[in-house]
Design a binder for this molecule. Sequence first.
Ligand SMILES: Nc1nc2c(ncn2[C@@H]2O[C@H](COP(=O)(O)OP(=O)(O)OP(=O)(O)O)[C@@H](O)[C@H]2O)c(=O)[nH]1
Length: 335
Amino acid sequence: MNIKFLSDLSLCCKKQPILINRYPKYAAFVFFTTALLISYFPFKYAFASQWGLSISVLLIIVVLVLNALKLMTSPLTILNGILIAVIIGGMLTFLSFSAPLAAGIWTPAFLVSLYLLFPFKVAWLVALFFWLILSYSTVAQLTFDIALRLSLSSCIVLMLTTIIVKIYNDAISTAEGLATTDVLTGALNRRTMLEVLHKEHERVTRYKQQCCLVMIDLDNFKTLNDTYGHASGDELLIQFVKLVHESIRQNDTLFRLGGDEFMLVLPCLNIADAYAFVARLQKLVPQVINYKSVELGMSFGVCEMQEGETLNELIHNADTALYQNKLARKANTLL
Ligand SMILES: Nc1nc2c(ncn2[C@@H]2O[C@H](COP(=O)(O)OP(=O)(O)OP(=O)(O)O)[C@@H](O)[C@H]2O)c(=O)[nH]1
């Protein structure tokens, strides 16, 4: 198992469906071979003694093989994961009471494979459960020193896998955060905005719903930077994002486009309500964020998503509306 594989593994542990979404053929191969190898032993046992049991083991193998084949073409669902874990885990448990040494050999592979089937915490709990069962059965049947070695080796494999997957999960979360979020303010970035707009556009088109965009630009930000320094400018941006986050609904999203420019995406809101909301926010900004001699404020441009409009057109409309609002505000101050 190489490093690349583990990093993929950690990515998949966070999401449903898991690894199989990204590497269906590879995962199918893993399950297919693991299943066959593990089933070989109980099958051998059962075949010699009980026909009923051998037939059921045969059926289980068929289910596993069908599952593996299905995984070649479609993603693994959580139900599929449970089915595979129950079948392989059940076989291993059966094996641990009929041939404990063989069960001890296969246990580590099974414990690791649980991280392919389930999200991190679930995999850890299921692995712990099976480790306890298998340890109990080996201790009960084998000599103590062999049972202890088998149990400890499985335990080490389980712990190391848990640690490695956790480290990679954290690293990937950090990388994902950096890729999607503006480091200074914590608002989402432009790249994420395009993804969100794309999804919103699909929703608006398909379900004939509404969505408004508000482009925001802070007034006199440069003056603030020049008067109080860059650190104060940074502080203002942080305060502004905090204020907006406190004012918007859970469905709304704020993005920082760069500098003192932001975009608000307001799903399920008509343009009149969007105007009313942003006008309230506009009044709030100078009340909450106060820098004595610099007159702070925000200009905004609102537009509503229209069916058939491209994202570029949409952003352009918001930009134009913002430009007009900024001009009007500047004209008002000059008067
Ligand atoms: N402190 C700080 N300043 C930034 C950051 N990013 C860009 N800036 C500065 O923000 C300023 C933005 O310029 P403008 O939008 O023209 O300034 P403005 O005073 O708001 O102008 P109007 O929008 O016309 O009112 C520039 O001086 C940039 O150097 C940042 O992350 N932190």
